[in-house]
Write a protein that binds this ligand. Structure first.
Ligand SMILES: Nc1ncnc2c1ncn2[C@@H]1O[C@H](COP(=O)(O)OP(=O)(O)OP(=O)(O)O)[C@@H](O)[C@H]1O
Length: 293
C-alpha cells in the first residue's frame, strides 16, 4: 500500500438536499502531478475546498502529508499551497503588500520574505507590478500574483484550481514549465483544468469526475488505451459527427474503409475523447432545434 500525500476516503459534501461530492475517494502519491477533470458543476472546486481545509465534509476522512484535516488542520495547512479559481486578493493594498500579508499568515520569518518574494516575482515576471493594486492588473497578472502568494511558504502540496483559465498562450506555457519545475523539486501538484491538452501534457495521472463521483482514473495513456487507442471520426447519414474506438490500427482502418466517403478520418485517441465519452457529448439534436431560425 503506497503512502499517499493526499488520502481522502468517502468524502461527502451536501448543499441542502443536493449532494455535490458523493462518497469520493482521492489518493495522490507524493511527487505526482494529478489532474482532476470534470465538466462545469461536477464538484471539482468543492473537492479542492474540502481537501485544503476551507470546508468540512459531511462525511469522510482526509489526510494531507499524514495529518488528518479534522484533528490536525494547522499542520496540514502548513504543507498546502492553494491557487483558487476565484482569486482572493485584497484589492485595496499593493501586490507587494498582498504577498507579504500572505507570507506573514504562514509565519515566514520577516528577513526571508523579501528574498523569497524577489526570487518568485523575477521567475514569473511580476516584479514590475509589485507596487500596483490588484484592481490595476489584468486577470492573468492577478492569477500570477495569487500563484506567488501560494508559493511563498514552499508548500509540499500545491492545489491549482483552473490555474491557466484566461491566461495568454505564453503565460500558459510558462505556468506549465513552472509546474514541471516545482514538481521536479518535490512538490506534489493537484490540478483541476478544463483543458485536456494541459492534462495530457502535464499530468502523471488523472481522474475524470461527473456528478460528484470519480468515473475513471489512470494515466492519460491508460485511459486512451482503455477506450481504444485509435479513433475513427465520420459523418452519419444525417450529417452528425460520429466516433468509434478501436484497439488496433488494422481494426480502425478496416472500419474507416467503410466510412471513408463520409468525411472519415483515422487518428490516435485523445484524452478529450475519453472525457467526452465519460461525461457526455453535446446533444446536437437539441442544439439544432434551439438554433433553428
Ligand atoms: N455554496 C454552495 N451552495 C449551493 N450549491 C453549491 C455551492 N457551491 C457549489 N455548489 C454546487 O455544487 C456543484 C459543484 O460545484 P463546483 O463549484 O464544485 O463545480 P466545479 O466542478 O468546480 O465546476 P466549474 O468547472 O464550473 O468550476 C454545482 O452544482 C454547484 O452549483
Amino acid at each position: 500500500m503506497p503512502d499517499y500525500v493526499i488520502d481522502a476516503e468517502g468524502i461527502v459534501v451536501r448543499f441542502g438536499d443536493f449532494t455535490a461530492v458523493d462518497h469520493m475517494d482521492v489518493h495522490v502519491a507524493e511527487g505526482e502531478i494529478y489532474g482532476f477533470l470534470g465538466p462545469n458543476g461536477a464538484g471539482k472546486t468543492t473537492t479542492v475546498k474540502i481537501l485544503t481545509t476551507m470546508m468540512k465534509p459531511a462525511e469522510g476522512s482526509i489526510s494531507v502529508g499524514g495529518y488528518r484535516t479534522d484533528t490536525h488542520a494547522d499542520e496540514a495547512r502548513r504543507l498546502i499551497g492553494v491557487v483558487q479559481q476565484h482569486i482572493a486578493l485584497d484589492k485595496d493594498i499593493s501586490v507587494r503588500e498582498n504577498i507579504i500579508c500572505r507570507a506573514m499568515l504562514h509565519k515566514i520569518p520577516r528577513k526571508d520574505i523579501g528574498p523569497r518574494m524577489e526570487e518568485l516575482c523575477d521567475m514569473i515576471g511580476l516584479t514590475p507590478y509589485l507596487d500596483k493594486t490588484p484592481m490595476e492588473l489584468s486577470g492573468g497578472w492577478k492569477r500570477k500574483t495569487a500563484i506567488v502568494c501560494a508559493l511563498m511558504h514552499r508548500p509540499k502540496v500545491l492545489f491549482l484550481d483552473e490555474p491557466t483559465a484566461g491566461l495568454d498562450t505564453q503565460s500558459r506555457h510558462m505556468l506549465w514549465d513552472m509546474i514541471r519545475i516545482m514538481n521536479r523539486n518535490g512538490t506534489t501538484i493537484f490540478l483541476t483544468t478544463h483543458y485536456m491538452d494541459e492534462a495530457e501534457s502535464l499530468c502523471d495521472r488523472v481522474s475524470i469526475i461527473g456528478h460528484g463521483k470519480i468515473r475513471d482514473s489512470g494515466t492519460p495513456r491508460e485511459l486512451c488505451c482503455r477506450l481504444g487507442k485509435y479513433t475513427v471520426e465520420y459523418d452519419s447519414d444525417d450529417g452528425r459527427r460520429q466516433y468509434r474506438f478501436f484497439d488496433t490500427r488494422e481494426e480502425a482502418k478496416a472500419f474507416f474503409d467503410t466510412v471513408e466517403d463520409r468525411n472519415g478520418v483515422v487518428r490516435g485517441t485523445h484524452l478529450e475523447d475519453v472525457f467526452l465519452e465519460e461525461t457526455g457529448r453535446t446533444n446536437v439534436k437539441a442544439l439544432e432545434k434551439a438554433l433553428r431560425i
